[in-house]
Ligand binder design. Structure first.
Ligand code: NAD
Length: 260
């Protein structure tokens, strides 16, 4: 039980990576807020956790809405008494060549990934500072926090930006025992990626099989997808690490696609 008596908020936790992190944290003893734009799916994921013997609450939260974030975090504090871990994970993908991105799409990408990370961090920090217990803030970056790929300029921009935010939070949070780190997964077969396969096949004029083999997994050491469980394991490490020795870092989990 590495998170016994901790309270965790995971955004975008109704699906994919966030859902697996929520399930893992609950298994390790945390009370988990499953925060998502999709309230029905958030409630369903929270129900799954409770059915497995854990403690969880579904929270409706659009991470780009200042009001929704502040209200959602306040509701978690009212229900569970504080916040010890924030996983800022909600994200989407839009793929186009740069010159075909509308300004609205660019702003939407930056809003979900960067504004969402800022707003959730700002709402949680006073709770972590005030509790005397510190806390852990984890941003869901990507190999695209380190590398670029064609068709993904706003995503690459936002994911690089999260590393800057984590370093800033690490500096400011240290004296309160608040740590901030970034997880940088390679391709994980979630709905976010399933959607991209046919889109990239069309844009690049290749088969879906080739998108997987020759684009997504081309530079891995073994041609394997990273799994939600791999990412959740790293999220558990960052959440449970006991000191400021591990802060301001970004860890790549990608089957060697990117090596530092
Ligand atoms: P997913 O589509 O399975 O889940 C994303 C969740 O975020 C969904 O439940 C969705 O409802 C929610 N969401 C979207 N917009 C939101 C908003 N404005 N407010 C609150 N919730 C919102 O995707 P995933 O693959 O699990 O991605 C999770 C995170 O991991 C994202 O930040 C993504 O960029 C990152 N990531 C994914 C991969 C991958 O290969 N799947 C790789 C690296 C990083």
């Amino acid at each position: 039980m590495r998170l016994k008596d901790k309270v965790a908020i995971v955004t975008g936790a109704a699906s994919g990576i966030g859902k697996e992190i929520a399930l893992t944290y609950a298994r390790e003893g945390a009370r988990v807020a499953v925060a998502d734009l999709d309230k029905g799916a958030a409630d369903a994921a929270a129900g799954e956790i409770r059915a497995a013997g854990g403690q969880a609450l579904g929270i409706a939260m659009d991470v780009t809405s200042e009001q929704a974030v502040n209200d959602g975090v306040a509701a978690v504090v009212a229900a569970f008494g504080g916040v010890d871990v924030l996983v800022s994970n909600a994200g989407i993908q839009i793929v186009h060549p740069l010159e075909e991105f509308s300004y609205a799409e660019w702003k939407k990408m930056l809003a979900i990934h960067l504004d969402g990370a800022f707003l959730t961090t700002r709402a949680c920090l006073p709770r972590m500072y005030g509790s005397g217990r510190g806390g852990s803030i984890i941003y869901m970056g990507s190999v695209h926090s380190k590398e670029a790929s064609v068709l993904k300029a706003p995503y690459v921009t936002a994911k690089h930006g999260l590393i800057g935010l984590a370093k800033g939070v690490a500096k400011e949070g240290a004296k309160h025992g608040v740590r901030a780190n970034v997880i940088c997964p390679g391709f994980v077969r979630t709905p976010l990626v399933e959607k991209q396969i046919p889109q990239q096949a069309k844009t690049l004029g290749i088969s879906e099989q080739d998108v997987v083999k020759k684009v997504m997994l081309k530079d891995t050491v073994d041609g394997e997808f990273t799994t939600v469980a791999d990412v959740a394991e790293v999220a558990l490490l960052f959440a449970s690490f006991p000191s400021n020795a591990l802060t301001g870092q970004s860890l790549v989990v990608s089957h060697g696609w990117f090596m530092q």
